[in-house]
Design a protein around this ligand. Sequence first.
Ligand code: 9MR
Length: 419
Amino acid sequence: MYAKTFLAALLAPIAVTAQLHELAVRAGLEYFGTALREGALNSDSQFTAILRDTREFGQIVPENGQKWESTQPQRGQFTYAQGDITANEAKRNGQLLRCHTLTWHSQLPSWVSSGSWTRSSLEAVIDSHMSNVMGHYKGQCYHWDVVNEAINDDGTWRDSVFYRVFGTDYLPISFKIAKKYDTQAKLYYNDYNLEYNQAKTNRAVEIVNIIKAAGAPIDGVGFQGHLIVGSTPSRANLATTLRRFTALGVEVAYTELDIRHSSLPASSSAQVTQGNDFANVVGSCLDVKGCVGVTVWSYTDKYSWVPSTFNGAGDALIYDSQFRKKAAWTSISSVLAAAATGAPASSSVVIPPASTTFSTVVASSTRASSTAQATPTQAPTEPEQTRWGQCGGNGWAGPTKCQSPYTCQVLNPWYSQCL
Ligand code: 9MR
């Protein structure tokens, strides 16, 4: 067995130097990421420097630049200047790019929302939008949020131009069209307030079922995670909710996480509560096989959509407005470090052969996604990972083979996965 002293010696440098993405990958997630506020890049050197720290953020997503009003403000006129800011940045830094978003009622130009459409004319509009926008970003998007926010908070269907013309058919139609124009990106349904496991969550489960029943492809469900300090569900309840979706055969991710204080300034105890809430959200992702990553919706309180939408509320992120790490940052790093370095859980982790170096133990994760097993006393056989298990990446010394029919695919320099 592994001597605690050796582990402690290994833990020290990790605790000192590691940042959130680095820890997240060591803990078995694919990434820890952030949204990029386009206007802040280059105009704010502190913002830009932290955003470019790939140990901190291994994935970025445009906060606004790829939305319909930015990419096709007038019919047939496509512009990518705003969307390219984040795409180019991801390329420059070697970060994964989440792409956001296509069929959405909001930030939708009035030529679409107020147009007079038949099913076939609106389908042609969606097709043309996806053909152009997805074509422009083809090969760059790790995920695409194909449909965004189709449900009201009470679980009823949102009244959008898409719903009025197609009923729920626009859901599978959008996913089928999306697949035509990018066969590699993982296609997501993305929404907020799914975390509470109530009527809206039930409807999102129905969305996955509707899409699959129509023979359309869907790979993931994004939990936006716009939450409130002190009202965030427990880690166990969040995990239970995520599992409702992974049980349907789709992956999940927290895609727009922020946890706002309802009133400001936040007391020190409210800041601790915020830290615990963040830790519970990130912890729930670690607990669920098929939860692939966590993205904060901007990382600094200097740039957040919250204060302009919720009067008096704010400070919802993990760095303060002067770019100092908050208690929330520390809580997240602790929960990730614990998962990255904790003792292997007997039922769920790849236990390396006895001869394996200690770096393997650290690189192995205790999270639920790794399932192949070998006992330390057995002659080293070649273990195989199941679907979603890690099978390669810098520092990885675990199994590199996948169980059939999955193959080991390189997602980034730190992480290859059985898909
Ligand atoms: O953060 C975005 C903000 O700058 C925009 O003004 C706003 C307009 O709708 O959209 C915000 O981002 C939203 C995201 O695209 C979808 N989920 C909710 C986010 C917060 O409103």
